[in-house]
Design a protein around this ligand. Structure first.
Ligand code: TRP
Ligand code: ZN
Ligand code: CA
Length: 433
């Protein structure tokens, strides 16, 4: 069995059957979290006006494979280049045409902890796509430009992305994630997605994925007294799914597409009950008139709040993770197996955001039940079995509120395969404090 205590990025102590007793790295004094600036609505709308002009000049749309898409990329890229971002355009091919992702890195910050925000920049071919998704594209762009105006020096590294061919099935974002080496993927602490954030009859929906990202976004709306709901209009229908599928923590905002606003929702948010959040969804009328300014303004400010908060908060001191990379076979439809890591040298309890990252290779992930077992035997359910979860592998990070558990001791990942035929093994797992 190999047990690793990672003491620093450069030093790995590998001690057979034994645990490193080195004290954890001293935690730096917490850096005060800076307040985000107000994102000027007029600037966000000016980007939308430009995207509309690009569509108008190019056959009325900004769809994958059409001139209006590439012109949109050029517009956003020029703004970012002028503001000091390091940009790159990633090409891919789908449906017989070249697609483009635009990636913009803000120099500085800890690249091992990269906070990423993105939006799809393509429209459908039936219209200019100003709400879907000029709105997210423009708000992420203006947030990036605000980072530059503030000359923000975040503790974490910041990266922004504009995806191509989302409307063809998340093609651009999947391409980006699939072409990131595993080591680069693991440096992304979180990905925030903004797709449709200015719907004309808006709701205020927050993705219910990573709890820390969700809380950061909800905190903003709570602060301005706006109620939110969990986003349920088709989980996995935008680019965050590409990141979530490889175990990256995700979150995001959404103001609604073709679903109808209920009367309860109209009461809390205003607008028209019995009408779609966006009656022009995927239609030719998704133009600059198809935007609710208040929704666009609030969501833009929420993005800035999240970017500032997540990138300037104190970072996890390096070395505070404990990993077991020994393979453990999981018997088919059999008894539970465990893999342990021993945590030593810490003081007090585990955090409320203890992260258990698992890498399980399996031919049918739905067979698997996962628990984290604390040193005192308390179990925390990470994942249930599901007859119709037919994907393979469980490569995911689960956040556990372990604040009532002593940190030190032997923690176990317990895995049971509860259905016949498909099999696999624990490849590795780790706990991050
Ligand atoms: N991504 C979809 C589109 O571009 C819109 C959409 C539907 C969506 N449901 C969602 C976006 C949920 C975010 C979250 O057409
Ligand atoms: Zn969209
Ligand atoms: Ca099985």
């Amino acid at each position: 069995m190999k047990l690793y205590r990672h003491v620093a990025a450069t030093a790995v102590l590998a001690i057979a059957g034994l645990l490193a007793s080195a004290a954890p790295a001293a935690t730096a004094a917490p850096t005060p979290v800076l307040a985000a600036p107000d994102i000027p609505l007029a600037n966000v709308k000016a980007h939308l006006t430009q995207l509309q002009s690009i569509a108008t000049a190019n056959g009325g749309n900004r769809a994958h494979g059409r001139a209006g898409y590439k012109a949109s990329v050029d517009y956003v890229k020029a703004k970012l280049d002028a503001a000091g971002f390091t940009t790159s355009v990633q090409q891919f091919t789908t449906s017989g045409a070249t697609g483009y992702n635009l990636i913009a890195d803000w120099p500085g910050g800890d690249a091992n902890q990269t906070v990423m925000a993105g939006a799809h920049l393509d429209s459908v071919s039936s219209g200019a796509g100003i709400n879907d998704n000029g709105s997210g594209s423009a708000a992420v762009l203006e947030t990036a430009l605000a980072v530059s105006r503030a000359q923000l020096q975040p503790t974490k590294h910041l990266r922004f992305g504009w995806w191509g061919a989302e409307e063809l099935g998340l093609v651009g974002s999947k391409y980006y994630v699939n072409n990131l080496p595993a080591a680069e993927r693991s440096k992304i602490s979180g990905y925030l997605n903004f797709d449709m954030i200015g719907s004309p009859n808006p709701g205020y929906f927050v993705y219910d994925d990573d709890p820390a990202i969700e809380k950061t976004l909800k905190d903003y709306f709570a602060g301005i007294g706006v109620a939110t709901e969990i986003e349920t209009e088709g989980d996995g229908r935008s680019d965050h799914a590409s990141f979530k599928n490889v175990g990256i923590a995700v979150g995001g905002l959404f103001t609604g597409a073709s679903r109808t606003k209920s009367s309860a929702q109209a009461q809390k948010w205003g607008g028209t009950a019995g009408q779609a959040f966006d009656r022009c969804y995927h239609s030719s009328c998704d133009n600059t008139s198809n935007i609710n300014d208040t929704a666009l303004d609030r969501n833009s400010d929420a993005i800035a709040h999240a970017i500032w908060t997540l990138s300037t908060e104190p970072t996890t001191p390096p070395g505070d993770f404990y990993e077991n990379t020994a393979d453990v076979a999981i018997p088919d439809n059999g008894t539970a197996v465990t893999s342990s890591v021993s945590v030593t040298g810490r003081t007090g309890n585990a955090p409320a955001t203890l992260k258990a990252s698992v890498d399980i290779k399996h031919t049918w992930r739905g067979d698997l039940v996962l628990d984290l077992v604390a040193p005192d035997g308390t179990t925390y359910r990470l994942k249930n079995s599901s007859g119709n979860d037919s994907a393979d592998n469980v490569i995911a990070t689960y956040t556990v509120d372990a604040s009532s558990e002593a940190a030190n001791g032997a923690w176990k990942l317990r895995v049971q395969d509860v259905a016949a035929q498909d099999t696999g093994y624990i490849d590795s797992w780790k706990l991050t404090f």
